[in-house]
Design a protein around this ligand. Structure first.
Ligand code: CO
Length: 212
């Protein structure tokens, strides 16, 4: 594992050599521009890097990461990323990828106070409150946390579906599809929650713009 700043720079040099050997025109081609098909909204956790775990190279995935892979409608950073991805890059798929054993989700499930970050985690707590009936009945804490991680991803898929400029795209055509995935730290595998949507009909009526 990289421990020092020098390790990172040495790693970069080695990586460049490897890429150049495998794909002689890689950097030349990428410099011309990006045409990623995917937007990834994931957790900031160092163990869940979008490209490594999907075995993809730079240029494949447009990425936004924050604690607990949240879609908060007042987050102009996230909204700008999503807007650019959808309107300019025209990504075909948006993936919300959570992960089991998420520190942010576990913290939100607890009654512990963590300081400044509590103001971010309160959005995760909102998801718990929404699904309290289903979550409180799960006695095993780890199992409850896992279910909470999944429900949180599904809620973020819903939150994306509520974004007016995404609904605008759906009026024009098929894309983007929004997917909900969960990554397992213990085996490296991604689970598709099968909650893929490309319309707003799963949402409460009040969130449906230009409802026909
Ligand atoms: Co996390």
């Amino acid at each position: 594992m990289a421990e020092t700043i020098k390790d990172l720079l040495r790693g970069n040099n080695e990586w460049v050599s490897e890429i150049n050997q495998k794909f002689p025109h890689f950097f030349e081609d990428l410099e011309k521009g990006q045409t990623p098909q995917f937007l990834w909204i994931g957790c900031s956790d160092s163990r869940v890097p979008a490209t490594e775990i999907t075995k993809t190279l730079p240029g494949s995935i447009f990425v936004h990461r924050n604690i607990a892979n949240m879609v908060v409608h007042s987050d102009t950073n996230l909204l700008s990323v999503v807007n650019y991805a959808v309107k300019v890059l025209k990504v075909k798929h948006i993936i919300v990828c959570g992960h089991y054993s998420c520190g942010g989700v576990n913290a939100a499930m607890s009654n512990d106070k963590f300081g400044f970050i509590d103001n971010w985690l309160v959005h995760v707590k909102d998801v718990y409150r929404l699904h309290k009936m289903d979550l409180d009945v799960i006695e095993d804490e780890k199992e409850r946390a896992n279910k909470f991680v999944e429900l949180n991803v599904m809620e973020q898929v819903n939150n994306l579906s509520m974004v007016s400029f995404i609904q605008e795209e759906w009026e024009k055509g098929e894309y983007p599809y929004i997917h909900g995935w969960v990554y397992s730290l213990n085996d490296g595998l991604i689970k598709d929650l099968n909650v893929t949507v490309n319309d707003y009909h799963h949402l409460d009526e009040v969130y449906q713009y230009n409802k026909k």
